[in-house]
Design a protein. Structure first.
Ligand code: UTP
Length: 289
């Protein structure tokens, strides 16, 4: 089966960004001049996935407005002759086929995925966590779709992390089965370095088979009284194989202020329009450190 749909989980509180996220969604924070969630939708579309389901919550309306058409803004830009921005904002409103579902209570990532069950239907689907921005020549999700097509099983994106950082991630126990591909034998949520079965950390890209919904139904409230995706994956692993894929590309953890700052610097430096001037500025700043 083909991966045609994606779920983007955007209902979290974004506490780490308070007070910035008191009255605006974390997913709308910009990296240079694009909100985080736009990078994600662009990655989905560039990976051949058009049907995008965004899980939102109270206070997240700006996300819907961002991908909607704004006739007033379009005519204002047209009147000013600002045709390049006009083209850009029209492009944003034409990206993918986006639908929204509200998570009425923030009961965790597993719960956010569970409420999309009827929208996803009985087919494999991609999951994107907008906190993880991945820069790569081939979009990270496109790489994962290729792995899914080969194995027809769930695939989690993994990245090697320093041993001392394992306690910040879900870590897989896994055996290599191909180039950058591993067969998962176990999953542990945030293990201490001593308890970690490997240094392969799960990051915010998944392709899941529809059986995950059954598993999430069975998963009770776990850590933080939330339904944890890792717990659901552990149940799924008892029924069917799960693969881990070490994607190529640079991941930025945009879920914390420092991570967002680093992502902004690197993405700005990679841009041809502002990169050279920004680079000169940074070199100047660094001289004073
Ligand atoms: P995080 O654990 O990063 O939580 O969620 P958060 O609310 O986004 O940020 P902090 O920790 O409060 O600063 C991981 C992903 O799961 C989504 C988030 O939007 C993020 O994409 N999520 C989390 C939901 O959609 N619903 C939830 O109930 C919890």
């Amino acid at each position: 089966m083909k991966v045609r749909k994606a779920v983007v989980t955007a209902a979290g509180w974004g506490t780490r960004f308070l007070p910035a996220t008191k009255a605006q969604p974390k997913e709308m924070l910009p990296v240079v001049d694009k909100p985080l969630i736009q990078y994600i939708v662009e990655e989905a579309v560039a990976s051949g996935i058009q049907q995008i389901i965004v899980v939102t919550a109270l206070g997240k309306r700006a996300i819907e407005d961002h991908f909607d058409r704004s006739f007033d803004l379009e005519s204002a830009l047209r009147a000013k002759g600002n045709l390049s921005k006009l083209k850009e904002i029209k492009r944003v409103s034409e990206m993918g086929e986006i639908s929204y579902i509200r998570q009425k209570e923030q009961l965790g990532l597993g719960h956010a995925i569970l409420i999309t069950e009827n929208l996803v239907g009985g087919e494999p689907f991609a999951v994107f966590l907008p906190d993880d921005l991945i820069q790569s020549d081939v979009p990270a999700m496109a790489q994962m779709v290729e792995v899914f097509n080969r194995y027809q099983a769930s695939v989690v994106a993994v990245e090697r992390v320093p041993k001392e950082a394992t306690s910040a991630y879900g870590i897989v126990a896994a055996e290599p089965v191909g180039e950058r591909v591993f067969k998962v034998t176990g999953l542990v949520e945030k293990p201490s370095p001593e308890a970690a079965p490997s240094n392969l950390a799960i990051v915010g890209r998944y392709i899941l088979t529809p059986e995950i919904f059954q598993a999430l139904h069975q998963t009770g409230r776990g850590k933080g009284n939330e339904i944890q995706l890792t717990d659901g994956l552990q149940l799924l692993l008892k029924q069917q194989p799960i693969y881990a894929y070490e994607f190529t590309g640079k991941r930025h953890d945009a879920g914390t202020p420092l991570g967002l700052l680093k992502a902004s610097v690197e993405i700005a430096l990679s841009r041809s329009d502002i990169g050279p001037e920004f680079s000169a500025y940074l070199k100047d700043v660094v001289r004073w450190l």
